[in-house]
Design a protein around this ligand. Structure first.
Ligand code: EPS
Length: 390
């Protein structure tokens, strides 16, 4: 992984921090650009009260000089405004682990006397700094004409009707919707479903789709498991809180189709080019990007922090109890769109740095310009037999 990052920070600690290493030199970068993505994470139907406290802003503390990356590690920091409300205060013990959260298993694993040390770190608050990392990666991808966007395709039992709507329209329409859904009728029903869940003390999950266009052929590789682009996408998407499933292209629908209907026929295009019929494979074949839009669906479960109590055991008494509730999102699905975009941006930026090598954008641009869809002429094979193992 030539472009890697680590994050640190607790939900109510002083700050969230990330170090991103491997970003080439020469990328113009300023904090206002990152702020655009961070603002998107703060709004959307179903968000909790914490977002009214925070005004997430990432400071660039290292790796950028005179507004341009130097090739050195980039440090990003977001101060938690809510920290001031916790500093120096004794907080009630949290001893009722929420089913589905890290509470119980981390207490077993780390021997905590209170579940707060894990919930502070396992909280989706950490995604704020991941969005900041993603914004840097998005800027990098943008210099090569690669664009990433996302939208909500279902929420609770409401599904959007998106057939025939191009990705660009899906993404732009979603931006104008509180539910981040391109279908206005579905978006209105989603907003109602969130209100209903809120009144019932429940939470709601959903499906988010992320798409990348302008991706060249050749990111990732078939040669080993950990080089496969689809595998790398899968791991990264599953690393997001509450995401329990990933689908690339039409993966699940393909299980119900015969083989000849499950793949994207290879056809001669214009000017000796090669075109494809459809994009059932989601832009990846054999672990390698094929130049079509990369298209991923992520299943987000309803988050476990519910106002309505759930059965658990109070670890202070050993007795059955209901979970304790402080506050949370009712439905983080709309806000999770930008987080998954950020995660996707990092995977693609990493794969692009790997593919192009180079320490500066200038160097990479020259190599990127050599990358293009192979024409039939470039691919012309001799058709002669080979003795591969003489
Ligand atoms: C979040 C901040 C958290 C939670 C939420 C996401 O802040 P607080 O705990 O102070 O309310 O609202 O985290 C969760 C959903 C979770 O399960 O941990 C944020 O910044 O997105």
């Amino acid at each position: 992984m030539p472009l890697r990052y680590l994050t640190a920070g607790e939900s109510h600690g002083p700050a969230l921090t990330a170090i991103l290493e491997g970003m080439p030199a020469g990328l113009p970068l300023d904090e206002s650009l990152i702020a655009v993505d961070l603002a998107r994470r703060q709004t959307g139907a179903g968000s909790g009260d914490r977002m009214a406290i925070e005004k997430d802003y990432a400071q660039l503390l290292a790796g950028v000089m005179e507004g341009v990356t130097t090739g050195a590690p980039i440090t990003l920091q977001i101060v938690n405004k809510d920290h001031a409300n916790w500093k120096g205060k004794a907080v009630p013990a949290y001893t009722t682990p929420r089913p589905g959260h890290a509470d119980l298993v981390s207490a077993v694993k780390y021997g905590y006397d209170d579940v707060r040390p894990s919930l502070e770190r396992a909280s989706a608050r950490e995604t704020a700094v991941r969005v900041a990392v993603g914004a840097v990666c998005r800027a990098f991808l943008g210099t090569f004409g690669i664009r990433v966007g996302g939208y909500v395709s279902s929420l609770g039992d409401v599904s959007a009707r998106l057939d025939g709507l191009p990705f660009s329209d899906r993404i732009s329409r979603a931006r104008g919707s509180e539910a981040q859904c391109p279908d206005p009728d579905a978006a209105a029903q989603m907003a109602k479903a969130i209100e209903k869940a809120k009144a019932a003390g429940e939470t709601l999950g959903g499906v988010i789709e992320v798409v990348a266009t302008g991706v060249p052929v050749g990111l990732g590789s078939h040669v080993n498991w950990d080089r496969r682009l689809d595998a790398r996408i899968g791991m990264a998407i599953l690393s997001m809180n509450a995401i329990k499933g990933v689908e690339i292209g039409d993966a699940f629908a393909n299980t119900r189709r015969p083989g000849t209907q499950a793949h994207d026929a290879i056809l001669p295009g214009e000017n000796g080019d090669i075109t494809r019929r459809g994009n059932a494979c989601g832009g990846v074949e054999g672990g390698i990007s094929n130049g079509q839009p990369l298209w991923v669906r992520a299943a987000m479960k309803p988050i476990p922090t519910t106002r309505k109590g759930q059965d658990t055991i109070d670890l202070a008494t050993g007795q059955p109890s209901l979970t304790y509730y402080e506050r949370s999102d009712v439905c983080p699905v709309p806000r999770a769109v930008i987080v998954l975009e950020a995660i996707f941006c990092h995977v693609l930026a990493d794969a692009l740095v790997e593919k192009l090598g180079g320490d500066s954008i200038k160097e990479m641009r020259q190599r990127f310009d050599l990358l293009r869809r192979a024409t039939l002429e470039d691919l012309r094979m001799t058709g002669q037999p080979h003795v591969f193992w003489p």
